[in-house]
Design a protein around this ligand. Structure first.
Ligand SMILES: *Cc1c(COP(=O)(O)O)cnc(C)c1O
Length: 406
């Protein structure tokens, strides 16, 4: 057992895995709360949260309990049969949100693929076969299937794979005039992340989302919110549409939904859902009992005043530390985002250095993220302890000082 483990190193990755990632040099083997340990026993503070996924930290006892109980009960049935954990989770989501119908998938990509297919199908069957235009935004990220990279607004992810799905238009984020210029009665959907995550941690303005809602209503287009990253308590509300007071027709959730167990959901109204019938879409694993049991346990904890109301105070601690670092090092041109989705944009003289700073931070014992080449991103557990915030940010400050001093 010990020799088997010591034979696995970072070099093994290059020998056996498709070269689509460039993972850090160390291999995490254990986590508890907001702390992680690597193969050598070195300890890290985790502000990456598995990219906004482990919203209750690592190995939360309630999630471990749900996993063990369901793991000894029923793992999988397929959608030829329904199951109790999925129905319970759907009920909880519907009780807490605008949604009247929910469908479960396994990843953010699949939830968005479902949303885009539903929006197109709704328009094509209810309005006109020509009502297929999707309006989306520069720098948006919606997943990695060919449809979702095509709706996403980052050509580096969508170019080089041959013909793309047609009738998708991209305009600048937070620019309502640009949307007005392209929206028409052939538009089936406007797709937007209320807070762009991968694209640089940029929040929509309230006027922008309100304006999108009005434009969609005027042209009978569906408003789709991709809350895969910004939802599930990340900004201190269960979903960010609740903060903005703008209700979408379709909303997608993933990442924190399962607290680390793969699951996603698409939420919509009964009227829109009725465009689909048995056979319109599907997934072998989607709504699997094991995933839904864990997500149900995560949902019960995240959707509480204790967890949601703690987010803002934790954010303020992070921001204080970032401002302090900036005062000492003159490193950031902007500190932004909402709740515990925090972005810190590097000053022009440090542009392109975000992933370098990420690796320097790991060397100091703190896991952070970047969002593109110029923005540092923090997406910690929603229940990260104050002591972990201080300890982790002290390590991050040391890493930042090292990068600044070259
Ligand atoms: C991560 C992400 C996705 C894709 O989710 P996967 O689970 O990686 O497929 C889609 N949209 C947004 C906003 C995301 O942050």
């Amino acid at each position: 057992m010990a020799s088997e483990q010591s034979a696995i190193t970072r070099d093994t990755f290059d020998e056996v895995i498709l070269p689509i990632y460039a993972p850090a040099e160390f291999i995490p083997v254990k986590g508890k709360g907001s702390r992680v340990w690597d193969q050598q026993g070195k300890e890290y503070v985790d502000f990456a949260g598995g990219i906004a996924v482990t919203a209750l930290g690592h190995c939360h006892p309630a999630l471990v309990g749900a996993l063990k109980t369901q793991g000894e009960t029923l793992w999988h049935t397929s959608n030829v049969f329904t199951n109790e954990p999925a129905l319970r989770l759907a009920r909880k989501i519907i009780d807490a949100t605008f949604a009247e119908r929910v469908v479960f998938m396994n990843s953010g990509t699949e939830a968005n693929e479902t949303a885009f297919k539903l929006a197109r199908h709704y328009a094509v069957t209810r309005h006109s076969p020509y009502k297929t235009k999707i309006i989306a935004f520069h720098n948006a990220f919606h997943g990695r299937s060919l449809f979702t990279v095509s709706v996403g607004g980052q050509p580096k992810y969508s170019d080089g794979f041959g013909p793309k799905p047609a009738d998708i238009v991209h305009v600048p984020f937070n620019d309502l005039h640009a949307v007005k210029a392209v929206i028409d009665d052939h538009t089936c959907a406007v797709v937007v992340e209320p807070i762009q995550g991968e694209g640089g941690v940029t929040a929509a303005t309230p006027e922008f989302l309100t304006g999108l809602r009005e434009l969609c209503d005027r042209h009978q287009a569906l408003l789709v919110f991709d809350e895969v990253q910004c939802g599930m308590g990340r900004i201190g509300k269960l979903f960010s549409y609740m903060h903005y007071g703008v209700t979408p027709d379709i909303l997608t959730s993933a990442k924190a939904l399962g607290g680390g167990f793969p699951i996603s959901a698409m939420l919509t109204t009964a009227q829109v859902a009725a465009a689909f019938h048995a056979g319109s879409h599907g997934s072998t694993y989607g709504g699997n009992p094991l995933a839904c049991a864990v997500a149900g346990a995560a949902f019960d904890i995240i959707n509480t005043p204790q967890v949601l109301s703690g987010v803002q105070a934790k954010r303020e601690l992070f921001v204080e530390h970032l401002r302090q670092i900036d005062r000492q090092l003159d490193l950031f041109s902007d500190i932004r985002g909402m709740g515990l989705l925090i972005g810190a944009e590097l000053k022009p003289q440090y542009r392109g250095r975000a992933s370098g700073l990420l690796h320097a931070a790991a060397a100091e014992g703190v896991m952070v993220l970047n969002a593109g080449p110029d923005v540092m991103r923090f997406a910690p557990s929603l229940v990260v302890e104050e002591a972990d915030i201080h300890a982790g940010m002290e390590r991050f400050a040391r890493a930042a000082a090292r990068v600044v001093k070259g």
